[in-house]
Design a protein around this ligand. Structure first.
Ligand code: SF4
Length: 328
């Protein structure tokens, strides 16, 4: 295996709170030891496959880990590598994504695979800037690709990691609301034990998911004696909840989900197309017809659907001759 590389994201320009080296080492040692006993054996963590790591990281955005595994298994069975994904049609990609939510993520994976085929011989690039230039790839996904895919050092920052690091070092009870994101990113970079990113990043993620929860289990915490937030929780203070997502019922997300469901269910023998009028009958927008029509256009702009005259469909529009057949 090639030697591990260490990348320094731009966050390192932001000063991180000072952590004395002995305290940093103690935090690292205890959390890594905890991870050795509590590791979640997700397949992408040990596959050393940059593509698998990218799929998992994209699937994990705004999604609970219990669902990520289902999405990941389904996706990897359908598209086991970059060339297989790049060669698939957009409609097929969206069908495999199914009801996983935020289907723009599936389209981004599809576009990223096509870029990798065009520019990188069907593989993911190893360089961080090149990874970050792929469609839909932000700092978290890039760090996961670097860490699990290539075995390189990169500090990942997700909501769990923000909570753990922010509480332990800055003493904030709800760091997502109280600590600037750049400070946490700089902190994650400073505390990353070199050569250990593939254990350290998941250790923090799992610790935030199992122990340092929004309502933390400080009594069973292995870093309680090192944690700046512990005295505050022990004194009876509580963490303010991070603002929940807005109501789903009646939201744009709900209507988009319904449109996508109807489009995914279109029969293959009709070329996966329908009329906008038929789509509306199945979506049942009631008084929201104009809104649903505008959302359909938005899905088309996002590469998730197409609209041609009075017809529409999932993914990309079929060639005009096939569109004619399907209309008959
Ligand atoms: S002591 Fe409590 S707040 Fe601090 S890291 Fe442990 S679980 Fe989180």
């Amino acid at each position: 295996m090639p030697p591990a590389r260490t990348s320094r994201p731009s966050a390192s320009a932001t000063p991180a709170p000072d952590v004395p080296p002995a305290r940093a080492r103690a935090i690292q040692r205890r959390l890594l030891a905890w991870y050795d006993e509590h590791e979640e054996p997700f397949p992408w963590r040990t596959a050393r496959d940059p593509y698998a790591a990218m799929v998992a990281a994209v699937a994990a955005q705004q999604t609970q880990m219990s669902r990520v595994l289902q999405i990941y298994d389904r996706w990897m069975a359908a598209f086991p590598n970059v060339p297989a994904l790049a060669a698939a049609g957009r409609a097929e990609v969206l069908r495999v994504w199914a009801r996983a939510g935020y289907p723009r993520r599936a389209a981004n994976l599809h576009e990223a695979a096509r870029v990798c085929v065009e520019r990188y011989d069907g593989k993911l690039p190893r360089d961080r800037e090149a990874i970050l230039a792929l469609p839909g790839v932000g700092p978290f996904t890039a760090a996961i690709i670097q860490t699990f895919g290539f075995g390189d050092d990169a500090a990942a920052v997700d909501t769990n990691i923000v909570r753990v690091l922010g509480r332990v070092v800055t003493g904030d009870l709800q760091p997502a609301k109280e600590t600037p994101a750049a400070t946490i990113a700089a902190l994650a970079e400073r505390l990353l034990p070199r050569g250990e990113a593939s254990r350290w990043n998941p250790a923090l993620m799992d610790y935030g998911a199992k122990v340092c929860l929004p309502r933390p289990r400080c009594e069973e915490c292995v870093v309680a004696s090192l944690c700046a937030a512990r005295p505050r929780f022990a004194g009876g203070e509580t963490a303010e909840p991070v603002r929940a997502q807005g109501a789903w019922h009646g939201s744009d997300r709900m209507w988009r989900g319904r449109i996508m469901q109807v489009l995914r269910d279109l029969p293959e023998d009709r070329g996966h197309t329908t009329t906008i009028a038929a789509l509306m009958r199945r979506v049942q927008p009631g008084d929201e017809r104009a809104r649903v029509r505008a959302l359909l256009d938005g899905l088309a702009r996002d590469g998730l659907a197409w609209v041609e005259g009075a017809r529409c469909g999932l993914g990309s529009a079929p060639p005009r001759d096939r569109l004619g057949e399907a209309s008959r």
